[in-house]
Design a protein around this ligand. Structure first.
Ligand code: ADP
Length: 398
């Protein structure tokens, strides 16, 4: 039987991640990562069945060249004719898009309109869309927005307490990110528990290099920790999360730093990396903390404390807490961080089941609190590509 395959593309300014999925089984048949796009030594690496190979993009070292190389690879594997549609991760849909959408010229104009809200990402996403339209002529393309799931957040949760004119003139408000992951994980958590999503008050922590947390109740998002940009909220690998905004004037006066320098420091040199003075990688931080590294120990404690505080505030947004869900590279694998966080949350009715917590790692879902806990914590592996593939298939009428 011929499979209907979906190509999922996630484009950065100089990179392109791609995956070919069977929408029914969720199997990834081929994945690729193109790097250094825009430079003469751009290349693309393909991975299938555990084997990797690299192709130089010398003739066409840009997004179109990378998508072209993907088409050649699919031809070589006899899969080209089975690609039925293409799904694109688009970072910001602003207030324009609250759902995924089939791409037309009007939608491209809408994504362009949201560029001020994601000045690095949306232009790169558009390059991927144009490249896909050029190379895979005639196939439907679908945009899946990182921000869409958060468009249900009420006004009192997305409004910053600054003069309203900045919202009216520039759209300055909280938008949130990781929405595709939250949508997938909220559905999966309800399915795993055998409960109706609409009846669960959930707090979901997506903890990867970038980390955020959301409250989901009545089946929709009620609040999230990232804001106008992904800098707000939790402690992350290299991002500070919440700080006193006066840090800008303080460092301008005392360290002679510019707005660009402080912004760069808060995004790229802070978080686990900045506190530990060692690494942004949670695994390394845990290993070194265990050996007694003071910076790594402190980084872990700050990360966990901020996360626990946010779970408390997201329980307010959800109107209570039935289910706390951990996902993302850290959430799915770090039993240490989960254990420490749950240690703060006895007052919300959570008690860790240590054996279950240790078992729920490396792709295993599971409940990690004791049977007599008033609320449950669980681990659910995320799969943003599959969510994009599902939306793409549905909106393409497949
Ligand atoms: P991204 O946001 O780039 O998609 P991931 O979701 O892949 O990131 O998460 C990467 C993070 O997950 C890194 O900090 C990594 O150290 C952490 N991580 C992965 N495996 C483990 C583990 N076994 N223990 C602790 N942290 C882990």
């Amino acid at each position: 039987m011929t499979q209907k395959l979906i190509l999922v593309l996630n484009c950065g300014s100089s990179s392109l991640k791609g995956a070919v999925l069977d929408n029914d089984s969720g199997d990834v048949l081929l994945s690729c990562l193109a790097e250094k796009l825009g430079l003469p030594d751009a290349y693309i690496t393909f991975k299938a069945n555990g084997e990797k190979h690299k192709v130089e993009l010398t003739a066409n070292p840009d997004h179109t060249g990378a998508v072209g190389a993907m088409l050649e690879e699919l031809k070589a594997r006899g899969l080209e004719s089975q690609i039925a549609a293409i799904g694109h991760r688009v970072v910001s849909g602003g207030e324009v898009y609250s759902e995924s959408i089939l791409i037309t010229e009007e939608v491209i104009a809408g994504i362009e309109k949201c560029i001020p809200l994601a000045p690095l990402h949306n232009p790169a996403n558009l390059l991927g869309i144009r490249a896909a339209q050029d190379i895979f002529k005639g196939l439907p393309n679908v945009a899946v927005f990182d921000t869409a799931f958060h468009q249900s957040i009420p006004e009192h949760a997305y409004t910053y307490a600054v003069p309203r004119e900045y919202y009216r003139k520039f759209g300055l408000r909280r938008y949130g990110f990781h929405g595709t992951s939250y949508r997938f994980v909220a559905d999966e958590a309800a399915r795993f528990l055998g409960k109706d999503k609409n009846s669960l008050r959930m707090v979901i922590a997506h903890l990867g290099n970038g980390a955020s947390i959301s409250a989901v109740a009545n089946g929709v998002c009620q609040d999230t920790s990232m804001g106008l940009t992904p800098l707000e909220g939790l402690v992350m690998g290299t991002r500070s999360g919440d700080v006193d905004p006066s840090i800008f004037s303080f460092l301008a006066e005392n360290a002679n730093m510019s707005i660009a320098q402080v912004t760069d420091m808060l995004n790229k040199k802070s978080g686990l990396l900045g506190i530990s003075e060692l690494s942004s990688d949670c695994r390394t931080i845990e290993e070194e903390a265990a050996k007694g590294h003071e910076g790594a120990k402190l980084a872990l404690e700050v990360f966990v404390y901020r996360l626990a505080k946010y779970i408390g505030s997201m329980a307010v947004a959800a109107g209570g807490l039935d289910t706390l869900v951990f996902t993302g590279g850290i959430g799915e694998n770090s039993d240490l961080i989960r254990s420490k966080v749950i240690g703060y949350l006895g007052f919300l009715g959570l008690t860790e089941d240590a054996a279950a917590n240790t078992a729920a790692r490396f792709g295993n879902a599971g409940v990690i609190t004791t049977a007599d806990s008033r609320a449950q914590a669980l681990v659910i592996p995320t799969n943003e590509e599959l969510m994009i593939a599902h939306d793409t298939a549905r909106l393409s009428g497949l």
